[in-house]
Write a protein that binds this ligand. Structure first.
Ligand code: SAM
Length: 248
């Protein structure tokens, strides 16, 4: 599998530093994890470490993994800078058992990470691998920004707009896949440079999640439309899945 983030990782945090770019997610996780008695968490697509940092600040014992060595290297530097000593391992989330023997109270896979897999077979393999890393009735949380509403928005979006830097998403999709062309433009005297990264997501919506999660052995499947846990609907800007791994 190709690492789409090999170079992108080093500029990824132009979205914002890991301490600063989470708002409403904090209380969502705090409430949910309190309800389900979560103490230990595996973030299996941890990227540059933003959720690891946030959850560690909230007092959870966290582990991180990611397929991308570059993302992990950035995460490691970010977390060290924040004074956090969090174990990180390189691992494809389809095969978490190769890197982790332990089980967790929760496994999280956030910000449209699972849709990097493009077949139902791979998706079920990944969900089963996540379930195997959960204690009985442990919690899986998946989040994504792909919904019927966001797919209907204009295809060009300026996501970062600074004097020295702009990040622009140019999006296209068909019935099955969405491609996001990320255009990074550095336009200051010290850095004049552009890069393009193309990320292809499988479009996975609520009914797909219910089917795939049931096949992988999850129950109590809840789907929310935002971090306030409002019900998911066609107009939602987010799709948030919470499910419990059932007894083996
Ligand atoms: C859009 S980024 C999200 C990162 C992070 N969760 C966040 O919220 O910023 C997607 C992440 O998924 C990771 N990823 C994609 N496919 C993966 C796989 N098969 N196994 C593990 N990580 C994967 C990428 O390397 C990348 O770090």
């Amino acid at each position: 599998m190709k690492d789409l983030y090999e170079k992108f990782a080093y500029d990824y945090d132009e979205f914002g530093s890991i301490e600063n770019y989470l708002g409403s997610e904090r209380s969502f996780f705090q409430q949910l994890f309190t309800e389900y008695n979560v103490e230990t968490v595996l973030d299996c697509a941890c990227g540059t470490g933003q959720h690891l940092y946030m959850l560690s600040e909230l007092g959870y014992r966290v582990h991180g993994s990611d397929f991308s060595a570059s993302m992990l290297s950035v995460a490691s530097k970010n977390l060290e800078k924040c004074g956090k000593n969090i174990p990180l391992r390189q691992c494809d989330f389809r095969y978490l058992g190769q890197a982790f023997a332990e089980q967790f109270d929760a496994v999280i896979c956030l910000t449209t990470s699972l849709p990097h897999l493009h077949t139902d077979e791979d998706l079920v393999t990944a969900l089963q691998s996540m379930k195997d890393r959960l204690r009985t009735n442990g919690l899986l949380v998946l989040t994504q920004g792909t919904t019927p509403y966001t797919l209907s928005l204009p295809p060009i979006e300026v996501v970062v707009n600074r004097e020295d830097f702009s990040r622009i998403f140019v999006k296209e999709h068909d019935n099955q896949f969405q491609t996001i062309h990320v255009l990074d433009l550095y336009h200051s005297k010290v850095r004049l440079e552009s890069s393009q990264y193309d990320i292809v997501y499988k479009i996975i919506l609520d009914d797909d999640y219910r089917r795939l999660l049931s096949e992988a052995g999850f129950g109590n499947i809840q789907i929310y439309g935002d971090y306030d846990r409002s019900p998911y609907c066609e107009e939602s800007c987010r799709l948030i899945v919470v499910a419990q791994g059932q007894k083996k």
